[in-house]
Design a protein around this ligand. Sequence first.
Ligand code: DX5
Ligand code: ZN
Length: 219
Amino acid sequence: MDNIIISPSLLSADFNNLAKDVELVNKSKADWFHLDVMDGVFVPNISFGFPIISHINKIAEKPLDVHLMIVEPDRYIAQFKKVGADYLTVHYEACKHLHRTVQSIKAEGMKAGVSLNPHTPVSVLEDILGDLDLVLLMSVNPGFGGQKYIENTYKKISQLREMALELNPNLIIEVDGGVDASNAQKLVEKGANALVAGSFVFGSENPTQTIEDLKTLNF
Ligand code: DX5
Ligand code: ZN
């Protein structure tokens, strides 16, 4: 089995004791930190921004996988680089000139990702796929942790992996939303190689063990 990237979402971490959860991820089998930035406009929720990310970056020992759920992300690309983003993912639905946005992310020295909402077909990525490091498929409507996985995502993963075989064989396909013991194995079988998990990890009795279970698909 290929290496599956595990990216715990700190949205479900304990913000009264964030350093503790960052340390937990540092010491776990996780690969990345998934950081959800929400602006209250693109999604009906507001999360956190630069100061929090910058503080996380000071103690995080793994790459920061930053998921922007914001309008006009172009305005902030340089600032996200400055606070430590390694992977910067923007939403297809939030970008008028996606090609330009992707090139700007790469010009700043970050890996570029594009995310699709559940209703957006993967076919819209055909002409940009070769430029991307990562596609983040939303398997819930973005905005909140703890929602139920949308079954149609399996089909989208298969279609995207098929497209990627031809256009970008090294593409990382990341799935975000409602990932847990009931679907992780099948998501990987369909072609995902990065899994985001928030409530499943931080809502569990033993987050370190849950991360390891995801990493090894031990369910
Ligand atoms: C939702 C965010 C997710 C969220 C996932 O808009 O993009 O990253 O934290 O949370 P769970 O794993 O609880 O669905
Ligand atoms: Zn996310």
